[in-house]
Design a protein around this ligand. Structure first.
Ligand SMILES: Cc1cc2nc3c(=O)[nH]c(=O)nc-3n(C[C@H](O)[C@H](O)[C@H](O)COP(=O)(O)OP(=O)(O)OC[C@H]3O[C@@H](n4cnc5c(N)ncnc54)[C@H](O)[C@@H]3O)c2cc1C
Length: 380
C-alpha cells in the first residue's frame, strides 16, 4: 500500500518502520521542523517490549534505560516526608518492561527507519478527501497526492483527526488538569524516585532518572481556550496558577520554568472515540486513544497500536475497499481491551497525585505508609 503517516514521534515512527518492513511504501510528514524533544522518561511495557524486539531495537532501548524507581515520597512545605507510596508489585523486577527517556526512544526509532522512508519535517496534512482510488491528501504547502491510506499518528492535537473525523472538542476529554515539564531541572534536584509536594489542586514533583532530575508542575483547571502552541501563553498559565502557592521548591522551579524556552506543556486529556478509522484515514497512538499522562501507558499503546495496524494490513489489496475496511475494523477490535484498561488507570493516578483540598491531601498521606522518619526533601 501507499501510506502517508502524519507525525514522527513514537506512534508514527513505529508504524513507519513496521509498514515499510512489510513492503508498504511509506512517507512521513511531521509538523515540527525537527524531531521534537522534551518530556520525562516514559514506560515501554508488556506487548510494546515485543514490538521493540520485532523492530530489532530492544537491546538498544535496554542499554539506554534509566534506573527504575517507582517510589513516591509526599512532602510538606518544609520538604519533610509525610508519606511514601510504593508500588504493590515492582513490575520492572518481574517483567521485561523498560523505562527510557522519550527523546532517546524517538531517536532510536528514527534511526531504525529503513532508507526508503523519508521524514518530511515542517509539513502537515491540511485536508483529506476520499476519492475512488483512495484518499486525496492536501499538504500544508498546497501539494496534493492520492494514497491508499492516511495514518494519523500526530498526537493529542491530531491534524488527521480534525480533517477526517471532526473537531478536537468532540473526542478530547479534558481531565481538568494541566502539566508543564522541565526535562532537566537545575534549581532543585533529587537523588532517587519521585518527590511530590501538593497544595490544593497543585502539584510540584521532582523525579530522578539516576542522571538528572525532571520537574513537573501541575494544576487543576477547567479547559483553557488558548493557542496550545503559544509558549508565552503557556508560561503565563503556569506562573499564574502557582501565584500564592509557595512551599518546598515551588518558587525555584516556577522561576526556572519562567526563564526557560524548553518546557513541555499540555492539558491532561484522554481521547475517546467510537471508531479509529473513517474511510481511508486511521488513527494510532495519542491521536486515537491518548490515555493521558497519568496512565503511564501512552507509549505502550502507541507501539502496540502500530504493530496491530501493521498486522491487520498484512495481505490487504489496496484496490479492494471492502478488504481495507475489514482490516481497519480488525485493528480497532484488537486495541479496544488494552485501551479501555489504560484509560481506567489514569483516573486512579490523577486522584493520588492531585488532591483537590487540604483534607484530601491529608487523607492521601494517611493512606500511604507513614514516613519512618521526617526530613529529606530536595537539594538545591
Ligand atoms: C515533546 C513531547 C514531550 C512529551 N513528554 C511526555 C512526558 O513527559 N510524559 C508522557 O507520558 N508523555 C509525554 N509525551 C507524549 C508521549 O510521547 C505520548 O503519549 C506517547 O509516546 C504516544 O506518542 P504519539 O506518537 O502517539 O504522540 P506524540 O508523542 O504526542 O507525537 C505526536 C507527533 O505528531 C506531531 N504533530 C502534531 N500535529 C501534527 C500535524 N498536524 N501534522 C503532522 N505532525 C503533527 C508532533 O509534533 C509530534 O511529533 C510527550 C510528547 C511530546 C511530543
Amino acid at each position: 500500500m501507499d501510506v502517508l503517516i502524519s507525525g514522527a514521534s513514537i506512534a508514527g515512527l513505529t508504524t513507519a518502520a513496521l509498514l515499510a518492513g512489510r513492503g508498504h511504501r511509506v512517507t512521513v510528514v511531521e509538523r515540527a521542523g525537527a524531531q521534537r524533544s522534551g518530556g520525562v522518561a516514559i514506560d515501554v511495557r508488556g506487548e510494546a517490549v515485543d514490538v521493540a524486539r520485532e523492530l530489532g531495537v530492544l537491546d538498544e532501548i535496554r542499554a539506554a534505560r534509566v534506573p527504575h524507581d517507582d517510589v513516591f515520597r509526599f512532602v510538606d512545605a518544609e520538604g519533610r516526608t509525610r508519606a511514601t507510596m510504593r508500588p504493590a508489585d515492582d513490575v520492572y523486577e518481574a517483567t521485561d518492561d523498560v523505562e527510557i527517556s522519550r527523546d532517546l526512544l524517538a531517536g532510536i526509532l528514527e534511526r531504525r527507519l529503513p532508507g526508503s522512508v523519508a521524514v518530511d519535517y515542517g509539513r502537515w496534512v491540511a485536508a483529506i478527501t476520499d476519492v475512488p482510488e483512495g484518499a486525496e491528501v492536501t499538504l500544508s504547502d498546497g501539494s496534493r497526492r492520492v494514497v491508499d491510506l492516511v495514518v494519523g499518528a500526530d498526537g493529542l492535537h491530531s491534524g488527521v483527526r480534525a480533517a477526517a473525523f471532526g473537531p478536537e472538542g468532540e473526542f478530547v476529554h479534558h481531565l481538568g488538569l494541566y502539566v508543564a515539564i522541565l526535562t532537566s531541572c537545575r534549581s532543585a534536584t533529587v537523588d532517587t524516585g519521585s518527590v511530590v509536594f501538593n497544595t490544593p489542586g497543585r502539584l510540584v514533583m521532582l523525579r530522578s532518572d539516576g542522571a538528572r532530575t525532571s520537574a513537573l508542575l501541575g494544576f487543576r483547571s477547567p479547559w483553557i481556550d488558548h493557542d496550545f502552541r503559544d509558549v508565552e501563553s503557556q508560561r503565563r498559565r503556569v506562573v499564574d496558577a502557582f501565584a500564592g502557592h509557595d512551599g518546598w521548591v515551588t518558587r525555584e522551579v516556577v522561576g526556572e520554568l519562567a526563564a526557560s524556552d524548553a518546557f513541555y506543556f499540555d492539558a491532561v486529556s484522554q481521547v475517546r472515540m467510537e471508531s479509529w478509522s473513517r474511510g481511508r484515514a486511521v488513527l494510532v497512538g495519542d491521536a486515537a486513544y491518548s490515555p493521558s499522562f497519568f496512565s503511564g501507558m501512552g507509549t505502550t499503546l502507541a507501539m502496540v497500536g502500530a504493530r496491530n495496524l501493521a498486522l491487520a494490513l498484512d495481505g490487504v489489496a489496496p484496490g479492494e475497499p471492502a478488504q481495507v475496511e475489514r482490516a481497519l475494523a480488525r485493528y480497532d477490535r484488537s486495541m479496544r481491551p488494552i485501551v479501555t484498561e489504560a484509560h481506567a488507570i489514569a483516573e486512579v493516578g490523577a486522584g493520588i497525585l492531585f488532591p483537590r483540598t487540604s483534607s484530601e491531601i491529608a487523607e492521601r498521606d494517611a493512606r500511604f505508609t507513614p514516613a519512618a522518619s521526617a526530613g529529606g526533601g530536595a537539594g538545591h
